[in-house]
Design a protein around this ligand. Structure first.
Ligand SMILES: NC(=O)c1ccc[n+]([C@@H]2O[C@H](COP(=O)([O-])OP(=O)(O)OC[C@H]3O[C@@H](n4cnc5c(N)ncnc54)[C@H](OP(=O)(O)O)[C@@H]3O)[C@@H](O)[C@H]2O)c1
Length: 232
């Protein structure tokens, strides 16, 4: 018979092994507001975070690594995606398609796209008759793009309670398994995933930022997000 302490050590080792098996390697491209919100949240869920930065040795990137904790690391964008299961494109919306192409072969990886295909030139508008979600899927055709986290401010990502109730995160994408993996991350953060259909529907959720910008120009400054309410 095993002494009680040995059994305890064996069960801790088993739990650690099980958690390691579930841990994903998540490459977050960018080190700004959204990267700084999602990185620490995903690390707290037990995932391994590697940031892809144009300058991984910058002081603010080092501060982000300390804030993220765990075994978080930073390297170049193209190195960060090597061996990653999931990639988050926390980059300026107008550059998302080019940055995706520059990352190389992303076949089989899940790409989380929180960006918006939005321009402030003249009146705020979507660029072209498409969305960043669709452009990114076209740039990485063998990856599984899931549009997520673009319909709320980064502050509500880390503190959903600050908005006074549950916060829903619409997920648009063509692959059900990828959406369900992203839904797990969303739920783990205390947010509510909502499947809103194929990646083509990214254009509708990206358009919300255009409405916000017009309202803001008309004097109404506010943050926004979706919230499910029960039907009657
Ligand atoms: N801010 C929000 O609350 C919010 C909420 C939802 C969605 N979004 C969307 O999420 C995306 C990221 O937003 P953010 O607020 O995190 O932006 P941000 O603070 O400006 O960060 C963007 C990051 O992209 C990287 N980057 C790579 N190439 C770049 C370039 N040529 N110029 C500038 N930065 C470059 C930078 O990281 P390195 O310098 O380390 O390379 C930078 O930290 C945007 O598309 C935005 O529309 C934002």
């Amino acid at each position: 018979m095993f002494p009680r302490l040995t059994l305890f050590a064996v069960s801790i080792a088993f739990v650690t092994l099980a958690n390691d098996a579930l841990a994903e390697r998540i490459a977050i491209i960018g080190t700004g507001n959204v990267a700084g919100a999602l990185g620490p949240e995903f690390a707290a869920l037990g995932h391994n975070i590697v940031y892809g930065s144009r300058d991984p040795s910058r002081e603010d990137v080092k501060a982000l690594l300390s804030q993220t904790g765990g075994n978080a690391a930073a390297t170049s964008p193209s190195e960060s995606v090597a061996g990653a299961d999931i990639i988050v494109l926390a980059v300026p919306g107008g550059l998302a398609e080019t940055i995706t192409r520059d990352l190389g072969d992303l076949s089989g990886k899940i790409i989380i796209d929180p960006t918006n295909n939005y321009s402030r030139e003249g009146v705020p508008h979507l660029v072209g008759d498409t969305s960043n979600g669709e452009l990114i899927q076209r740039a990485a055709p063998a990856a599984y793009v899931v549009k997520a986290f673009n319909t709320l401010n980064w502050r509500q990502m880390v503190d959903p309670d600050s908005s006074g109730g549950p916060v829903s995160i619409p997920l648009a994408g063509d692959n059900a398994a990828a959406k369900s993996k992203v839904a797990e991350l969303v739920t783990g953060m205390g947010l509510e995933p909502v499947d809103v259909g194929p990646i083509q529907n990214a254009r509708h959720v990206e358009g919300m930022l255009v409405l916000w910008a017009h309202a803001r120009a008309n004097g109404a400054a506010f943050n926004y997000h979706l919230r499910k309410v029960p039907t009657e």
